[in-house]
Design a protein around this ligand. Structure first.
Ligand SMILES: [Zn+2]
Length: 172
């Protein structure tokens, strides 16, 4: 009797333990799926969700540090895609700019309130307004070819404490 009871308790313990382990297991992020399937709370970490659906390394047409005309360094990554494709907020934040800038074309800037800011350029259309709060994975723009751009793509910049950082380091 006593051992049966103990066995039942033990089984219960195993079930609870597996549930805890399952929920603590790292989520597959970035290259493996849709932006919507990623964890939504990122405000306390430097982990961001993918800005596009179906992200893969082969979609990066221009990486961090590529030289540009006049020897300028590309402090961003360019992600190829199709005209009108959805672009998502990479983390919770507040829109600090949504409008047009000369070379950037239609551009959205987000302050993530943890030292990080992100910028999305060459958009066909912006879907957010300055001052608006956005959630991680929320659509903020549609991909396009506006401004100084030679094809449909997303130009993504990330800054940490005001300094440019390689987005690929954070979008893992
Ligand atoms: Zn670029």
């Amino acid at each position: 009797m006593a051992s049966a009871h103990l066995l039942r308790f033990f089984r219960y313990f195993i079930v609870v333990f597996s549930i805890v382990i399952f929920h603590c297991a790292p989520n597959p992020r970035y290259y493996s799926g849709s932006a919507k399937s990623y964890p939504t709370k990122t405000s306390t970490t430097s982990e961001f969700v993918s800005p596009v659906n179906g992200m893969s390394p082969s979609r990066i047409s221009s990486g961090w540090g590529d030289r540009r005309e006049g020897g300028r360094m590309h402090k961003a990554i360019d992600i190829t895609g199709s005209e009108g494709e959805q672009i998502f907020a990479i983390a919770d934040g507040i829109i600090t700019f949504s409008g047009r800038k000369k070379d950037y074309g239609n551009v959205v800037e987000i302050d993530h309130k943890n030292g990080f800011t992100s910028l999305f350029a060459h958009n066909q259309k912006n879907l957010v307004q300055k001052g608006q709060k956005v959630k991680s994975g929320e659509p903020i723009a549609k991909m396009g070819n506006t401004g100084k751009s030679t094809g449909v793509h997303l130009h993504l910049e990330i800054k940490k404490d005001g300094e440019f950082v390689n987005p690929e380091k954070y979008l893992r």
